[in-house]
Design a protein around this ligand. Structure first.
Ligand code: IDC
Length: 341
């Protein structure tokens, strides 16, 4: 009745307003759905009571691939770009990607810092653009020998990317078996962590553990104190590492350590050999039960069974299943089926 004095077009609009409001609501929610990314859903990661959690303090369980060593001239460097990140986001449903920046060997950061850093930055920029978490990993087995370079690299990354929720620092891929946790790895880690924390107060930092990131029990007995949002890396290769390593990991979890599986393989520890599906199943159950995150080795077309691409595959993705190795198809099914929370 009150509409009687309004002109006809206005009356039509008023009469249709519930429909208009509903349509706008549907469009906005569709838009939000389409725009949602692992990072928009989970936000800042932190560590609470030995668990990596998202912004709502729910356990965050990410899954994705690890790139191969980034050395100049090695097989893996060509995957350090946005096309690769896009492929993993769009076709593999990955929530995280790991850049294994070579800090050892020919053509690594030690001799070619800018080249290697630029490759990592291309991956980080793409991950930020697409809403993925990204691990920047100091891929070395002897990081304590080059602590100055490590501090230089992580300070640069923290300054440039520390304000984003995306970045995760992995400060030491895999110390060797004889590299002592208490007297070598822990002091190295404390110094690198301090340099990151001076520029980035809160993003997640992953700390490598003795014996190729397996002796998490040693770290649990003597953990790093006085810094927040630290998790320790647990690496396994399903063909080689089985129940004994899970028992060690369980001990560390029981002691309150937060763990992060930043690298694992379905094959043997040398990156080659048969896929061990039974062992992978047991490991994935462990990861699921403890709501850990994981990245699988590796994005490369090298002739080894842990490579996800067949030798000779030149494209940077998206890849057809026939371009993937057996391990590649297997890892795709695992990652694509994982949900981040
Ligand atoms: C391996 C690669 C292999 C390369 C070798 C060089 O698969 O092609 O020749 O590095 O050292 C790790 C390491 C990772 C290894 C991988 C398989 O983090 O760098 O990659 N692995 O051996 N830890 C356990 C296994």
């Amino acid at each position: 009745m009150r509409f009687r004095n309004l002109s006809r077009p206005i009356k039509d609009i008023v009469a249709l307003s519930p429909v208009i409001i509903l349509s706008v609501f549907v469009l906005v929610s569709l838009g939000t759905e389409a725009d949602s990314t692992p990072v928009s859903l989970n936000g800042n990661l932190s560590v609470v009571d030995g668990q990596v959690v998202n912004q709502s303090l729910e356990p965050a369980s990410l899954a994705g691939p690890s790139l191969f060593w980034s050395n100049n001239g090695w097989e893996g460097e060509r995957y350090y770009n946005s096309q690769t990140v896009k492929t993993f986001k769009t076709h593999w449903n990955a929530s995280v990607i790991r850049a294994a920046m070579a800090a050892q060997g020919e053509g690594s950061y030690l001799t070619h810092p800018e080249d290697n850093r630029r490759k990592v930055e291309a991956v980080v920029d793409a991950a930020i653009d697409m809403g993925l978490y990204v691990i920047v990993d100091w891929h070395s087995h002897q990081a304590e020998k080059n602590i100055e370079e490590s501090i230089e690299f992580f300070s640069y990354m923290a300054k440039k990317y520390g304000h984003t929720p995306n970045i995760i620092y992995e400060i030491y891929n895999e110390p060797l078996r004889e590299t002592d946790w208490g007297s070598v790895i822990k002091p190295y880690s404390e110094k690198v962590i301090a340099s990151i924390r001076a520029l980035d107060p809160d993003n997640l930092i992953l700390v490598g553990t003795q014996s190729w990131s397996q002796d998490v029990d040693l770290a649990a007995e003597n953990p790093i104190k006085g810094v927040t949002n630290i998790a320790y890396t647990l690496h396994f290769y399903a063909g080689t590492h089985k129940l004994a390593l899970r028992e060690k990991a369980q001990k560390a979890l029981d002691a309150g350590l937060a763990l992060f599986v930043s690298e694992w393989g379905s094959v043997n520890a040398n990156g080659d050999g048969e896929i061990d599906r039974e062992s992978v199943d047991q490991w994935l159950r462990f990861i699921r039960d403890n709501q850990l995150s994981h990245c699988t080795w590796s994005v490369v077309n090298k002739d080894e069974s842990s490579a996800i691409l067949k030798p000779g595959v030149a494209s940077l993705g998206p890849w057809s299943d026939s371009e993937l190795t057996d391990n590649g198809r297997y890892m795709k099914s695992i990652i694509a089926g994982w949900t981040s929370q």
